[in-house]
Design a protein around this ligand. Structure first.
Ligand SMILES: [Cu+2]
Length: 365
């Protein structure tokens, strides 16, 4: 009788659990992600698949273990009339059984390890045929993005590399035109170091620099391999675009710090605006160090680079308008780290549709 009541309870709990899952409104595909966020790169999809299958494998193991536990407590419990001190049949020192349950976890770990290594190798893969190479410089508390190499859709190439070295000892050092004639101060030498020790920093003809008034919008093409070369002008930062499901520390002196400061993504799968953040606690305004990746079609990207190449005096916002894109960030707002103002400038928009309405390429100059 007691057994039957116990079984009924177990049944009721299971039915409640399944009911809750069905009524929560999750569709099948979302449920199979097991909480994994949506990424926009093939690498992110690979990581998501690894996660889903790992959870499924864990659930299968869990169900087997739960079944064994419930089988034992339901059918092998104390039965009246059998004598209180009577032990059930003892199975200790059963060599084949013990070998089996030592070997099975080892096989499980080996399989998980195998698939993890495959995905990790793919995520960290680097080739020589990136169509865009971006030099990323992080500094307290913003970002500079420079286009070093671009292969256009027609196969022609653009190389924007200017030089290595420190910008701060040049004539133009203290200020740089950022946005509509506004200038900002660039960061000074770090920790009293001499300027010329920062020769690992890279400078390019076409650069996008963030300021207290402007979020740096890094324009990139969809469906092209892209490389990021990271360096910090001062302390350790971390380059993180949540939708890439990937972040990497941005170090000063990358070589001396034995870091791999390059990584690649094989493509961005769709157009849109994706927020980027600093993911390393780097100082007072660490949390305000946002940028935006604006993924546009390869044709629009080519038009963007050509416009910036031919119009060095124009701002990034004007170049974005030229290719019919929202000129300012639509996913985050600037923060004035100088605290001269109240710190916020309104900016908002639709991350899924960044095209300007009724615009043809070249109409806005
Ligand atoms: Cu930072």
């Amino acid at each position: 009788m007691a057994n039957r009541v116990g079984l009924k309870r177990v049944g009721a709990v299971a039915a409640l659990g399944v009911g809750a899952l069905l009524m929560s409104g999750c569709d099948g595909r979302t449920a199979m992600r097991f909480g994994w966020p949506h990424g926009v790169t093939p690498e992110a999809t690979d990581m998501g698949n690894l996660w889903s299958w790992s959870v499924i494998a864990a659930l299968v193991m869990g169900i087997i273990v739960w079944a064994l536990i419930f089988w034992t407590i339901t059918f092998h419990r104390y039965k009246p009339g059998k004598g209180k001190d009577e032990f059930p049949r003892q199975t200790a020192y059963n060599v084949p059984l013990e070998l089996a349950y030592t070997a099975i976890p080892f096989v499980i770990i080996a399989v998980l390890f195998y698939f993890t290594v495959i995905v990790q190798t793919n995520v960290e893969k680097k080739t020589d045929d990136s169509k865009v190479v971006v030099d990323v410089t992080a500094f307290q508390w913003n970002w500079k993005f420079g286009y070093r190499d671009v292969t256009f859709d027609d196969g022609s190439k653009y190389n924007g590399f200017v030089r290595d070295g420190n910008p701060f000892d040049l004539e133009t050092a203290n200020t740089r035109q950022i946005h509509d004639g506004e200038t900002i101060e660039l960061p000074g030498p770090d920790g009293g170091r001499s300027n010329d020790v920062r020769d690992y920093l890279k400078f390019n003809q076409i650069e996008t620099v963030g300021s207290s008034a402007t979020i740096p919008v890094l324009v990139l093409p969809t469906s092209k391999r892209i490389e990021f070369d990271l360096a910090s002008a001062d302390v350790i930062h971390s380059f993180w675009v949540p939708e890439f499901l990937f972040k990497r520390d941005v170090m000063p002196f990358p070589k001396q710090n034995h870091t791999d400061n390059r990584f690649q993504i094989s493509s961005i799968d769709r157009e849109g605006a994706f927020v980027g953040r600093c993911a390393e606690m780097c100082g007072t305004y660490h949390s305000m160090m946002n940028f935006e990746v604006r993924a546009v079609s390869p044709q629009d990207f080519d038009a963007y680079i050509k416009y910036r190449q031919e119009n060095p005096g124009k701002t990034n916002a004007q170049a974005l308008q030229h290719i019919c894109q929202q000129p300012e960030s639509v996913v985050t707002v600037p923060f004035d780290t100088r605290r001269a103002t109240d710190g916020s400038v309104g900016a908002s928009g639709d991350a899924g549709n960044t095209k300007l309405a009724n615009c043809t390429i070249g109409a806005l100059q």
